[in-house]
Design a protein around this ligand. Structure first.
Ligand code: GLY
Ligand code: MN
Length: 457
């Protein structure tokens, strides 16, 4: 945990910016995997962590802005719990460690909210992303899940704080990034033809767990890199395959790292793989070079997409103007996703609070295939932490569909593309902090260029 003054300061700022009423912070509960006593790893809600720092289940907090009152609701653990799981500090001790003086039993929460509502106070809450949150809101506020309307003012106030990473948060993120880099370096060094994808995923996970971290999201380790979020790990890596590894660590305090590597099964990429890989690296480096405050991330996405188009033209897979191709969306044949996302306490930071505020600052979002998947488009500011992860993907189903529709036939050379339909996909990903002067990579460098990757094989 950070020092209690940090949490107190964050709450003070929020009180001044989130309007009036009672702000409700729902902590997370334990979640049974297949029966109640066999739980998934407990993960506290990130906004709760940001303002209250306590990674224990069964807590709810309120900030009563009108009455300048902050309370943590929860119950002391039972003797049974102590016997099986060990002792914990008391609720009072936990709360004092983050600068909160008032604690009440969980059973008092509905009464507290009821009394506030009777006084005419608005009860404000954030979007519920777990069923337990919706059920609690229903129970406490008598609002059925479908009618639960999160407070926009509250969302915007939280986003406007969490989006700027403080120095101590950057230190934590950098710790996560260093472990994440080691996960990738270990996977790159140890991959061998004949290994199964799950072994590479295991090597990455072992590196994170041995460093006292855990995974910030389910690892992708796949010979089918063209499936963007592929969590299947059952294939065997064959000669001339590439393994795409997208994996990250989360520190004990909950801060994430997120990197991707693409590894040849042999010591070197094949000539055809290297041609495509080099285009992706050029796109990646162009994006990194462009990172600075004041630039719209969507413009950097356009730039990286144009580099991919130019590369595809050199391979004879595209033709025509790259500017036009990107404006109209033809590049999405090869790059059908965004360039990156915010990262912090969540790997896709604050995704539960809504992309329109986190990634778009309220600006409208494109509906165009590919471009609509940009999680981040807004103008960059110092303190933002984000990923850079362009990729090049050959998706047989997309090729077939667009070819049959003659879609973007002025830009895509479908006849030559056939030879690449089983190429797969590749991506590299790094994490950056936007600074006053430009940007700084977070964490130890992982191999990016083909030569850097091959040097570790
Ligand atoms: N690393 C997984 C993702 O960014 O979606
Ligand atoms: Mn990512």
């Amino acid at each position: 945990m950070f020092a209690k003054e940090i949490y107190r300061h964050r709450r003070d700022v929020l009180k001044k910016t989130a309007g009036s009423g009672v702000l409700l912070f729902l902590g997370n509960d334990e979640c049974g995997m297949n029966y109640e006593g066999n739980t998934y790893d407990f993960r506290q809600d990130s906004t709760f962590l940001y303002y209250f720092g306590l990674a224990y289940s069964g807590l709810t907090a309120v900030i009563n802005v009108d009455e300048d009152d902050t309370v943590i609701f929860g119950d002391e653990i039972s003797l049974d719990h102590i016997v099986w799981m060990g002792a914990q500090p008391t609720l009072k001790e936990k709360s004092e460690s983050v600068g909160v003086q008032t604690t009440l039993p969980a059973a008092r929460l509905p009464g507290y909210l009821n009394a506030a509502a009777k006084k005419g106070q608005a009860i404000r809450f954030l979007p519920a992303y777990r069923a337990e949150h919706s059920l609690k809101l229903q129970q406490w506020l008598s609002i059925p899940p479908a009618a639960q309307k999160p407070s926009l003012e509250f969302i915007k106030a939280v986003v406007n704080m969490r989006i700027y990473k403080s120095a101590e948060e950057v230190d934590e993120i950098e710790k996560a990034c260093n472990i994440t880099a080691n996960m990738h370096i270990a996977a790159i060094k140890s991959l061998r033809t004949g290994m199964r994808e799950c072994e590479a995923a295991g090597i990455a996970a072992q590196t994170a767990l041995a460093a006292g971290a855990r995974l910030s999201f389910p690892t992708i380790a796949t010979v089918n890199g063209q499936i963007l979020h592929n969590h299947y790990h059952g294939n065997t890596v064959k000669e001339n395959d590439m393994l795409l590894v997208d994996a990250g660590a989360e520190t004990e305090m909950g801060y994430a790292g997120d990197m991707s590597s693409t590894i040849p099964a042999g010591k070197k990429f094949t000539a055809r793989q290297k041609e495509v890989y080099d285009i992706q690296v050029a796109s990646h480096l162009a994006a990194v070079e462009a990172l600075r405050p004041g630039v719209r991330f969507e413009d950097i996405y356009d730039l990286s997409a144009k580099v991919i188009c130019e590369g595809m033209k050199a391979l004879g897979l595209m033709k025509g103007s790259s500017d036009e191709a990107v404006r109209l969306g033809a590049h999405a044949m090869f790059f059908p996703c965004g360039l990156g996302h915010m990262m912090g306490l969540d790997v896709h930071d604050m995704e539960n609070l809504g992309e329109e505020w986190v990634g778009y600052d309220g600006e409208p979002k494109s509906a165009q295939f590919g471009r609509k998947s940009l999680r981040l488009a807004r103008r960059l500011e110092p303190g933002f932490v984000l990923t850079i992860e362009p990729g090049i993907y050959f998706i047989p189903e997309l090729i077939d569909r667009w070819k049959s529709e003659k879609k973007f036939a002025d830009f895509i050379c479908y006849d030559r593309l056939e030879a690449y339909r089983s190429f797969g996909g590749l991506r590299n990903e790094e994490d950056y902090l936007i600074t006053e002067a430009g940007a700084r990579r977070l964490g130890k460098k992982i191999p990016l260029t083909a030569a850097e990757v091959e040097a570790l094989r």
